[in-house]
Design a protein around this ligand. Sequence first.
Ligand SMILES: *Cc1c(COP(=O)(O)O)cnc(C)c1O
Length: 175
Amino acid sequence: ATSSGTTGLHAALTAVGVVRGDLVLAPSFSFIASANAIAHCGATPWFVDVAADSWCMSVPALEWALRDQCTRRDGGAVHAASGRRLAAIMPVHVLGNVADMQPITSLAREFGVPVVADAAAAIGATYKGQPLGELADLSVISFNGNKTVTAGGGGAVVGRDSKLVDLVRHLTTTA
Ligand SMILES: *Cc1c(COP(=O)(O)O)cnc(C)c1O
């Protein structure tokens, strides 16, 4: 549990290792909190276009960013032009529409980059029969007043890797 979706995204990005100076790939269409959480880590959002049918991160755009703009280094990916590390990929499940997670996660695995999904407004959504928490390394839900399920304010970070989830729990309980 977190105090908001934004703090959940900040904690999740921190847990997967995003630090000052890094880049995080994010879709160009989202609520500002996606980019804010990246900035709270001292990292910079690197925006790629969204797909016309889902308004979620475009797979061809992500593939272009990884294959044409990055080089492989130390098991991860570096933005060739700037030399900055690509530390995470943040698909956003926009307004309950789920990003095309299968190609996104397989590209991420190929380039050694973790995936933190912004599922702030998508609690209960599924992808090919799978619940959202199964899809990314970590997924973040918001319980803000304008969401599907609300507590007035609040958030949650979910994932399958108990070590990663334990780290988020450690960070969000003042370490
Ligand atoms: C609401 C929302 C957030 C932030 O959640 P808060 O709980 O308001 O901090 C992040 N991303 C998206 C896509 C959202 O809709």
